[in-house]
Structures are given as C-alpha cells and as structure tokens.
Design a protein. Structure first.
Length: 575
C-alpha cells in the first residue's frame, strides 16, 4: 500500500467484489497513524454501503461494513471517529443505517472519559433529532381512542417502528451508561440539585426527552399494550440507574403544590430551574413528575400530575369540534325522521340536507372496506376510506365507536344481499327441501366473509365487546329469520323459535370452523354445515312431540326477535 488513496481504492474494490474478508483484513492491519489519516474517508466509504438494498439482498456485505465501522471506532482516534460518525448519523436515510451507526458510536463512547460530557450530549441530541424528524404521531393515536382500538394499537406500523427504535436505543445506551457510572461511582449522585453539566445530567435529560413526542401519546395503563409497557419500564430503569437511591427524588415533590393542577406557564417556568441555568434541557414539569412517581412506585391519592402531552394539541381540538358538528347534524336528522310513522318513512322523500351526513357515512364505510385487508377493522381504515371519497382523514370522527362500525355496515350489506339471493332462490327452486335450501343460504352468506377471513377473528373480537353485542346479535337473529322465512317456515308455534335459534347456533359454529379450515374451497366447512343441519332436523322431530311442554317459552322467543329488528330499525313490510 503506497498511499492513502491506494488503501481507500482497495477497500472499495474488495467491497464491490464481495471480497469481505480482504476488506476487513486491510482495516485490521492499518497502524495508528494510517488509521488517523484515513479515518474520515474510510467511515464515509463504508457507510455508503449501508443501504436498504444491501440490507435486504446482501446481508453479509452489510454486516461486514457494520463490523468495519466498529473496528475503526475501536482503533482510530476517539475524537476523529466520534466526529465522523456523528456526521454520518445526522445524514442517515433509514432505520437500519441508523442502528448500524449507533453500534459504532457505542464503541467510541465507551472509550471516552466521562468528563467529555459535550461529546455524549452531541450523540444523544442527534438521536433525539432523528426520532423527532423521522417519526410523526401515528394516525391511530390522534384524537380519542376507543377501547377496541387500544387492543390493536401495537399492530400499527408507525407504533411498531417507534417501539423498535426505542428498544434499540436502550440497547445502545445500557453499556454506555454503565461504563460512565463505573467511572463516577464515588461522585455525587444528586443530579437536578446541582446546576452542573455532567454525564449523569445529560443522560437523565435524554431519557426524559424520550418520553415526549409520539411516545407520550401511548397509554401505558392498559394491559394489552405489552410492548409499550415493557418499553416504558426499560426507560424508567435506565433513568433510576443514575441514582444510588431513587427515593431521593421524593425531595422534588415534597411541596404540596405538586398535587395541584398548575397552569402551563407555571409548569414551563418551574422546568427551567430543575436543570442547569443554560436552559439547554428545557422540559415539561408534568413529564418529570410522572416519571418520578413511576420510578419510586409512589401512588398518591390526590390529583394526578397533569399530562400535557396532548392537552394543548390543535389536532385534538379540531377533531372534537368536527365530531360535535357531525353528531349535531346526525342528531337533527334522527329527530326529524322519528316524527314520521313507519309507513310514511318508506314513502316520503327526506330533505337533501337531512340525508347528507348519513350518505357521507355510507360512502366512507363503503370505501373503508377496501382498506380493511391492509389496516384491519380500525379507524385507520376509516381515515383511508374518507380520503378516497375526497374528505380529510380526520373524518373518522364521524364514527365514535371506531372500526366496529365498518363490521356492522358490512354485515348489514351482506344481509341485504342475502335477502335478494333468498328471494331469487325461493322463486327458482321451489321444489328443494327446506334443509337443502337453508344449507345453500348459509353457505352463500358465509362465502361473503371469505375475502376478509384472515381478519375476521379481529372482527369477532370487536363484536364480542359488551357495548357492541346488541347490534351484532340483532344482525345474526335477523339473518336467520330471513333464511327460515324464505325456506318456507311461516308457522307461529314454538317450533318457529327453536328453528331460528338452532340455525343461529349452526351458523356461528360453522363460521368458527371455517376460520380454521384450510381445505380446497372450504369443502370441509360445507360438509360440517350439512352434518349440523341434519342433526338439527332430528332434534326438530323430537321437539314436535314436546310442544305442549314448551308453550311457556313462546312469548320470550317472540320478544327476542322483535327486539332484534327494533335495534336494527327494520320493519316487517319488506317481504
């Protein structure tokens, strides 16, 4: 090797030709002086190979470049390696490259003396800038989140990316922090109480900053958010590690003012005095108090410290105002419609301004169905559907119950389509036996679920939420009533009810069976359906001879089906 340019050229040729061993050996054989001269060029060259394409298609090359960066960070001058890696970190284009550069920076920071606090602050500030710049608040977290959406928040791609980056940052910071603490074991651990620019203050402030932004929108009190809770616990553990005794933080909240709701300006002013006077780390006092209570396991019984992560949000205010307007329109429409009788309601033509909110909701729901395969039965699908019909994504506020309204719309549309099929089938195949007619009708209805089969368990879970059960049950009972009616069951005795309740049970059992069926065209499902209908026919023959013993239940059955149709707003004149 005759010069710096020769080394750079050889390393580049080796990487281009996938001669990864030779490229690594060149770096290991460089002496300290040569590495000091070549440090900047080598880091820039190797970092250019940390691309998404190499990460997906040439993992060996990607890992080799990652290893070379760590070798340079270990052997080059600490200051030179730090500055060059920081420059790369500020220009990373994807998460994989960000993580790879962090691994090299971890090596450099462990080599640095704890007194070099400014270098640590630069690295941690760059991490915060990347998080704030690359990750916006996920759509699913904007506005009010219902209990149904909370169960599936972690399925959102933005939330998954956020939590993944946070776990990576914790892995990066853990050994760095431990090394700094070992070096300062005998020093004072009373951070916040001394206006000092030290490594403990910098790391603690960095961890508090991680609690802001998108991370602050997550709700950690709900059990389903397993990864978010684990992420928050790891963050608090790293924060408490800065103290030999975390309970010393109780000094901050001994003042009874901590239990009162403070104005935003008061919080802002108090936050400046917590850290050193340069105002370099100006944070919200609300987040500080909440983290202190978390790490000390103190649960006070008075007023909870204010959470200002979203209280000043323009998004939330605009969302609430929009929802109030739309709910008022819908309420006016429903009030005006309720004054008409059932007969007049079908004959009179509503005014255009009355039907507008309902028509808009139908358009959004219809468009949202096409986004269910990607986003599930969620508000994200509603937002995408609203955008498809030319409305802002915030229009999902018209559906306060969230994704379950898509499911109810889908079921209603399927039942309407089923009635058309039943009318046609009953006219064309009048010679078919009732059991054969019912089997074909149930199969026709279940096939409508097939396009959403992979996501149907989520739909079943949402429909089983207590607040959603009445409408879900009403849809089911109305559907089986229609099938039995067009199958020729016009009786008014007790068997009328047993047949419908029995068919509802068969439908749900077959539905669950179909979700696990991997056979061609669900042949096993249809065989299962036929056997269940045959079993029900035998039971029906037995009940025919027991009618005198069961007359007392007849009125109860009638009430159930009348209530089901009332919930759905259906009348009996459609036939």
């Amino acid at each position: 090797m005759n010069g710096s340019l020769d080394v750079i050229k050889i390393v580049q040729e080796n990487l281009d030709n996938d001669d990864l061993i030779s490229a690594t050996e060149i770096i290991t054989k460089l002496d300290e002086n040569s590495l000091q001269i070549l440090c900047a060029d080598l880091i820039a060259l190797v970092a250019s190979y940390l691309t998404v394409e190499n990460y997906k298609e040439n993992v060996d090359k990607y890992l080799c470049c990652e290893n070379i960066l760590k070798l340079i960070a270990k052997s080059a001058t600490k200051e030179d390696a730090l500055f060059e890696l920081l420059e790369v970190l500020e220009n990373v284009s994807h998460d994989e490259q960000f993580i790879s550069v962090l691994k090299a920076l971890q090596v450099v920071l462990i080599r640095l003396n704890h007194a070099n606090t400014q270098a640590i602050a630069w690295v941690l500030d760059s991490i915060i800038q990347y998080i704030n710049h690359e990750i916006d608040v996920p759509e699913i977290l904007k506005g009010n989140i219902g209990p149904e959406e909370e169960k599936i928040i972690e399925n959102d791609s933005v939330v998954q990316r956020l939590l993944s980056l946070y776990f990576t940052i914790f892995l990066f910071l853990d050994p760095v922090q431990q090394c700094l603490l070992d070096q300062t074991r005998n020093e004072s651990t009373k951070i916040f109480f001394v206006h000092d620019f030290n490594s403990r203050n910098v790391i603690s402030t960095f961890l508090l900053k991680l609690m802001e932004g998108s991370f602050a929108y997550l709700n950690y009190s709900k059990e389903p958010l397993l990864y978010a809770r684990q992420c928050a616990d790891n963050l608090i553990k790293l924060f408490c590690r800065n103290f030999s005794n975390p309970y010393m933080l109780l000094e901050i909240i001994e003042d009874r003012k901590a239990f009162k709701q403070l104005s935003y300006k008061t919080q802002h002013a108090e936050s400046n005095s917590i850290f050193y006077s340069e105002d370099r780390f100006n944070l919200r006092i609300g987040l500080v108090r909440q983290s202190i209570y978390k790490c000390t396991n103190v649960r006070f019984l008075s007023v909870q410290p204010p959470s200002d992560s979203a209280s000043k949000s323009d998004v939330k205010e605009s969302f609430d105002a929009f929802r109030v307007r739309e709910e008022k329109k819908e309420e006016d429409f429903m009030n005006s419609s309720s004054t008409n009788s059932e007969e007049n309601r079908g004959n009179e033509k509503p005014k255009e301004n009355e039907t507008e909110p309902l028509a808009i909701k139908v358009k959004i729901l219809e468009a949202a169905l096409s986004h269910v395969p990607k986003h599930g039965w969620s508000k994200k699908a509603l937002s995408s559907g609203a955008e498809d019909v030319g409305l802002p994504s915030i229009s999902h506020g018209m559906f306060p119950r969230g994704g379950v309204e898509i499911i109810e719309y889908f079921n209603a549309q399927c039942n309407t389509e089923l009635i058309e099929y039943l009318k046609k089938a009953s006219a064309e195949n009048s010679n078919n036996s009732p059991t054969e007619f019912i089997a074909k009708a149930v199969q026709f209805r279940l096939r409508m679920i097939v396009p959403y089969k992979d996501l149907w368990p989520q739909a079943l879970a949402l429909m089983s939420v207590p607040s959603n059960v009445p409408v879900s049950l009403s849809n089911l009972l109305t559907m089986v009533d229609d099938i039995c009616y067009y199958a020729g069951d016009r009786s008014v005795d007790f068997n009328w009810y047993t047949r419908r309740i029995g068919l509802a049970s068969i439908f749900k059992a077959t539905e669950f069976f179909m979700l696990q069926d991997k056979s061609n065209d669900h042949e096993k499902t249809w065989s299962f359906l036929e056997h269940r209908i045959a079993d029900a026919s035998k039971m029906q023959d037995f009940l025919k001879h027991s009618e005198d013993l069961t007359k007392g239940i007849q009125q109860t059955g009638k009430t159930i089906f009348d209530t089901a149709r009332s919930i759905l707003g259906l009348n009996f004149n459609r036939r």
